[in-house]
Design a protein around this ligand. Structure first.
Ligand code: CTP
Length: 411
């Protein structure tokens, strides 16, 4: 892949990024903007990457040329880099580099390469908070996203100025994961990170007993498998063990609603889609016992329950701007009306309303009937079908909604 380095102080993390990318087996060729070369020497990055570094466009005709520039083919380095790389990563991406790319300039080796490249583009912005929040930067970013670019970070933390705020470049590990996601198998969800929750939560009564429900975790597993099949990098936060995990799905085991919320909040900043298929217990014990309760000690037992955390509502509030949220509702009656009410109350983009109880119950088996309610008013009725089929229809709807919210590319 090509790694484009522009001139922000965040480039102190570039050596670590190169090392980690190479450890993952990636061949990394570096290109640098003129400002970046003033902050770190191309020779250093050449030594770390083990490849020549591109940092100058050919000198205009008539100008003085070094022996290296006069060599045959030298002027084509940026075109070779443009077509060679299967991924173009810009880290750090400064405000002025984002502006150059949005405008389509080609006045340094980085912008010229990226203008000519058909490969997916991943941007890791880094700048002061004011520059990051500036309308111009956000508009440039929206333009680049509209053309299909992916963005990782920035995060909040200490900035070059010494102040705290939003604009710090994502950590190398996070950039690495986003890059690997983009290199995952082709498919309509290539480059997406998808977060799926599955199973019923287990709220402890004592160290051996819990409050639970009938959820099998199958719907979540089917969704995870289908998203992976479409090229997404999938995290399955599940309360039930999932022994036959499909390729491209990472399992994160949890037990309680609180644990599920914590695990999801950690992964949410990078997620493009959240599928909240878990059946989170609505109540938990106010004070679970630390030791096993014995019947011989108390013939009767009263449990005091309090409202559990609403994982979906919390995640809806905390989600990044371009993350779609899909909620689920299990209802015994009035499925459509209650579903519509939950769509609004939980701040989802899509709500999957399932009938439970009775002969055709969505809970427990591998079939379900569902009504998909989208915020744009589209309603899809799915009769009794295998959950794998329902998962595919849910992801079709998610893709449709993602295409709708994405800013239109300028003409
Ligand atoms: N949900 C959640 N946290 C809870 C309860 C539910 O995240 N404590 C999520 C479920 O994962 C599901 C959606 O919210 O995606 C709807 O769940 P449901 O149990 O049907 O809704 P409730 O919030 O429990 O509403 P009510 O009790 O009024 O039916």
């Amino acid at each position: 892949m090509a790694l484009h380095v522009s001139g922000g102080i965040a480039l102190v993390k570039v050596p670590e990024l190169i090392t980690r990318l190479r450890r993952e087996g990636a061949e990394v060729r570096v290109a640098m903007t003129p400002t970046a070369t003033a902050l770190i020497s191309p020779t250093t990055l050449q030594a770390l990457s083990g490849q020549p570094v591109a940092w100058r466009l050919p000198t205009p005709r008539g100008g003085r040329r070094s022996a290296e520039e006069a060599a045959p083919g030298h002027g084509m380095a940026h075109l070779q880099l443009a077509s060679w790389a299967e991924l173009q990563l810009v880290a750090p991406a400064t405000a002025s580099t984002l502006a150059r790319l949005a405008l389509g300039l080609a006045d340094d080796v980085v912008s010229a390469t990226l203008l000519a490249s058909p490969a997916p583009l991943l941007l890791a912005p880094a700048m002061e908070t004011g520059m990051w929040r500036a309308a111009a930067t956000q508009a440039n970013l929206a333009t680049l996203r509209g053309r299909g670019a992916s963005v990782v970070g920035p995060v909040s933390g200490r900035l070059a100025s010494g102040r705290e705020g939003e604009g710090r470049m994502a950590e190398p590990g996070e950039i690495l994961e986003a890059a690997l996601a983009l290199l995952s198998p082709a498919g309509p969800m290539r480059g997406w990170e998808v977060l799926v929750t599955a199973g019923g939560t287990r709220e402890p009564i004592d160290p051996v007993r819990f409050l639970g429900n009938r959820s099998s975790g199958r719907m979540g597993l089917r969704l995870a498998a289908e998203a992976a099949r479409r090229g997404a990098l999938v995290r399955l936060v599940s309360t039930v063990p999932q022994p036959d995990l499909p390729e491209g799905v990472e399992l994160i085991p949890v037990e309680t609603g609180e644990e599920m919320l914590r695990a999801c909040l950690r992964l949410l900043p990078r997620a493009r889609l959240l599928l909240m298929a878990a059946a989170v217990a609505d109540y938990r014990l106010e004070r679970p016992s630390e030791r096993k309760l014995h019947r011989s000690e108390a013939p009767e037992l009263e449990l005091r329950l309090v409202a559990n955390v609403d994982v979906l509502a919390e995640l809806s509030r905390a989600r990044p701007r371009d993350c779609l949220v899909v909620g689920f509702a299990a209802e015994t009656e009035d499925v459509r009306r209650r579903g519509e009410e939950k769509l609004r109350r939980k701040g989802c983009d899509l709500l999957v309303a399932n009938q439970v109880g009775g002969e055709r119950s969505a809970m427990g088996g591998d079939h379900a009937a569902a009504t998909l309610l989208a915020t744009d008013g589209r309603v899809t009725e799915l009769a009794w079908e295998p959950k794998a089929e329902i998962a595919a229809r849910i992801l079709d709807e998610a893709e449709r909604l993602a295409a709708r919210v994405r800013p239109a590319a300028p003409d």
